[in-house]
Design a protein around this ligand. Structure first.
Ligand code: CS2
Length: 481
């Protein structure tokens, strides 16, 4: 199949006539649906300096799929009016870091590269999620300190390339974190400066003084592509695409405008203070997502759209957002929070997105702090109840036991998976033992929450109900509140 269907938007520029201006670490579906889409529009408008060279830090899958199609791919975006496809040409290549780490460092040292952006997921920064500081005992960090010129971790690549550029008299690139970390620019700056400092105090000082780490709030729901998506998109476009990306029509990007080496004129919102935007999104969207993913999975829902069709679960999500999260937010300039929440419920309901609970449930140990625990801290400080938030945390605890409500195995994916499983196995399915066992993980809960009786009591009660009555019956109790 080679003919492009007339309904499919094609690239408005020749990718061969573009220059690489961005190296992107973690070239997965989210990047291809979000930053690459914004950059494609910039290239199409005629500023050809910003093509993207992608890198995978782990597997060769994306490179292998896209290489045979010159790194062009289809982006299919849906809302209630249907699905629209376009071909994105912003990605000029994909390097697979483990095959040749030096080649990636060299690419990051190209003089035309002004930005290194990242979507390596929360765990990719090798930090302690409760405090945001580098975990200097992380195996990849130990590796990168021992072998700095052949790094493995994202911070390792950043530090090595910053070091190499400095040695060559090239200005540093701007580091643009596009992951859902709290204060993502500041957090990554801290992690990278610390790793640099461990290599040499002078390099640490250079990073702190000369490298820009603007913060971002990124928002677009991007489920993993399925074979059914491939078949449907091939039928719609007439293109045989090995790895199209499926997303929603909605997209948002708020960026702190601090790019000493220049930046593309992305159709993003450039602001001076990102914090209120980021907190609103992490707590409302991602907080609801994570809570729904654990509760929904346990109740037998496969996707978020299916969770939203369960009136009791949809009601729980509204309670979580309206009764517990909203009071903790500072309204971002120009934002109508009620309208944002309304739109969010519509986005969750989008039947065109088969966003699996299991996918969102991954890496909970890295996600809970910014999605639920920060909100809980603020509520406790204000002396306010935390029942819905505590149920979200308890559902995660029930989920990471690795056994579902019918006795089946749950495929728990998490960097702390082994520790979670060992603690859960030792405690057994008893809330009085399981809750404290998991609350004892300081990297997730810090030191304050496990000793706050209001928090421990709420989580233990919710977990007890989940264990005794199951997820569905537990979230149904919110209908009468
Ligand atoms: C999701 C996010 O997988 C997850 O954890 O909550 O990827 C979410 O879809 C995006 O942040 C939406 O912007």
């Amino acid at each position: 199949m080679t003919r492009l269907s007339l309904k499919t938007a094609r690239p408005a520029y020749d990718p061969q006539l573009t220059d690489i201006g961005i190296v992107h670490l973690g070239v997965g579906a989210f990047h291809r649906a979000h930053q690459a889409d914004y950059t494609d529009a910039v290239l199409a408008k005629g500023d050809r300096r910003w093509a993207i060279l992608g890198a995978s830090l782990r597997s060769a899958d994306t490179r292998d799929a896209l290489r045979q199609q010159d790194y062009l791919y289809t982006l299919a975006a849906s809302d209630e009016s249907g699905e629209r496809c376009k071909v994105i040409a912003a990605l000029r290549g994909v390097l697979v870091a483990p095959e040749n780490p030096q080649a990636l460092v060299e690419a990051m040292c190209l003089p035309g590269v002004k930005i290194v952006s990242l979507t390596v997921t929360e765990k990719g920064y090798c930090h302690d999620p409760a405090t945001g500081t580098l975990n200097d005992q992380h195996p990849d960090i130990l590796h990168d300190l021992a072998t700095p010129d052949a790094p493995r971790s994202a911070p390792g690549f950043l530090v090595e390339a910053i070091h190499a550029r400095k040695a060559r008299g090239l200005p540093p690139f701007t580091v643009l974190c596009c992951d859902n970390l709290p204060a993502n620019g500041r957090t990554v700056a801290k992690v990278v400066a610390r790793l640099a400092e461990l290599r040499s105090p002078a390099l640490g000082a250079y990073v702190a003084e000369h490298v820009a780490f603007p913060a971002t709030m990124v928002d677009r729901i991007v489920p993993a592509t399925t074979d059914a998506d491939r078949a449907r998109i091939a039928a719609a476009t007439g293109l045989d695409d090995a790895w199209p990306v499926v997303t929603e029509a909605f997209t948002d990007w708020v960026i702190e405008d601090h790019f000493p080496q220049g930046r593309p004129d992305w159709a993003a919102r450039f602001v001076t203070d990102i914090a209120p935007f980021e907190t609103m999104k992490l707590r409302l969207l991602n907080g609801a997502h994570s809570s729904m993913s654990y509760l929904g999975y346990l109740a037998g829902h496969e996707t978020i759209a299916s969770c939203m069709q369960d009136a009791a679960l949809a009601h729980f999500v509204s309670c979580l957002m309206n009764s517990e999260v909203t009071s903790t937010l500072t309204v971002p300039p120009g934002t109508d929070v009620a309208a944002y929440k309304q739109a969010l419920l519509g986005r969750f309901r989008n039947p065109g997105l088969r966003h699996r609970c299991w996918q969102i449930a991954m890496d909970g140990s890295q996600k809970l702090p910014q999605r639920l625990l920060g909100t809980i801290r603020d509520r406790l400080k204000a002396g306010e109840p935390i029942d819905a938030l505590a149920l979200g945390v308890a559902a995660w605890m029930r989920y990471v036991t690795g056994v579902d409500e019918t006795g089946g195995a749950i495929d728990v994916r998490d960097p702390l998976k082994d520790e979670l499983r060992a603690r859960a196995d030792a405690a057994g399915l008893d809330a009085e033992r399981l809750a404290p066992a998991l609350l004892g993980i300081e990297a997730i809960f810090g030191r304050d929450l496990p000793v706050d009786p209001r928090f421990t009591a709420a989580v233990t009660a919710a977990l007890d109900s989940l264990i005794r009555h199951g997820s569905k019956q537990t979230y149904e109790t919110f209908r009468s509140t």
